[in-house]
Design a protein around this ligand. Structure first.
Ligand SMILES: Nc1ncnc2c1ncn2[C@@H]1O[C@H](COP(=O)(O)OP(=O)(O)OP(=O)(O)O)[C@@H](O)[C@H]1O
Ligand SMILES: [Mg+2]
Length: 245
């Protein structure tokens, strides 16, 4: 179980204090598929990075399976079964796709078959990619899919995907949603997926709308989707007028 207690995150910008997350408390039970959604700049990625330990909250506490992990490093949290896939994955010159998957799996010699299974789940063929370097020669969508495959290889208890759909073509996207559904069905992991995609939102047990550094709404996809739409229109007076007219 993941528990966030009164998480706030502020940064200084010159004289000003910017409050990016404001007193967020939230509990996510095991094996749930939870989608964080909401407007750009709302705080979703910051919240995910705080869970992974890439960003330290200004105040508040993170408990994972009852253990306070607030002051643990990324590596320590990874050992406890938390993994995070970047919105914009880093590239690693000199490291092949096979190396990356092997490192992620913790297996000293990950078989080609296993690599192939992970890559297939994100719509890539091992023959074409295993010996490629994870460098700038890969397209944005390829690097994103390889990053997701490496999270699958890690087989963590808590998987956090930051906009997995970004830059991914429709065919691979369909494959990816199947993969999420499958992981969810087998109950192997808790998943937090940050997404703007209706298709992914509709997979969720629970949807959490993060906006302006707070939790704006929580509920099922059926409850939340109409509210998101209402929120979107509410933010734009011209649109609201058009709709009312
Ligand atoms: N270190 C920082 N310094 C200044 N501003 C920051 C910092 N980190 C995050 N922000 C700001 O905090 C807000 C939340 O950012 P975050 O990346 O969490 O948003 P998001 O909900 O993931 O947005 P998107 O949907 O565009 O990915 C943004 O306005 C961002 O510019
Ligand atoms: Mg983001």
């Amino acid at each position: 179980m993941l528990e966030l207690k009164h998480i706030s995150y502020s940064v200084r910008e010159g004289e000003e204090q910017l409050d990016i997350l404001k007193d967020i408390s939230l509990t996510i039970d095991d094996h749930r598929l939870v989608v964080f959604t909401g407007p750009n700049g709302g705080g979703k990625t910051t919240l995910a990075k705080i869970i992974m330990g890439l960003v330290t909250p200004t105040s508040g506490q993170i408990l994972w399976n009852g253990q306070d992990v607030t002051n643990l490093t990324i590596t320590e949290r990874a050992r406890l079964g938390i993994s995070y896939g970047f919105q914009q994955p880093p590239r690693f010159k000199g490291l092949t796709v096979r190396d990356l998957l092997t490192l992620a799996s913790g297996d000293e010699k990950l078989s080609k078959d296993k690599c192939c299974q992970y890559l297939t789940r994100v719509g890539l063929c091992a023959n074409d990619y295993l010996e490629r370097e994870v460098d700038v020669s890969l397209s944005g969508g390829e690097v994103k899919r390889i990053e997701i495959a490496s999270i699958l290889a890690r087989n963590s208890q808590l998987m956090i995907f930051d906009e997995p759909e970004a830059g991914i073509d429709l065919w691979s996207f369909a494959r990816l949603t199947e993969t999420f559904e499958q992981i969810h069905r087998t109950g192997k992991a808790t998943m937090i997926i940050i997404s703007h995609q209706e298709r992914i939102i509709s997979l969720a047990d629970e949807v959490i709308v993060v906006g302006d550094g707070t939790i704006r709404h929580r509920g099922t996809a059926a409850d939340i989707l109409p509210q998101i739409l209402a929120d979107t229109l509410g933010g734009c007076p011209v649109l609201t007028k058009e709709v009312k007219a």
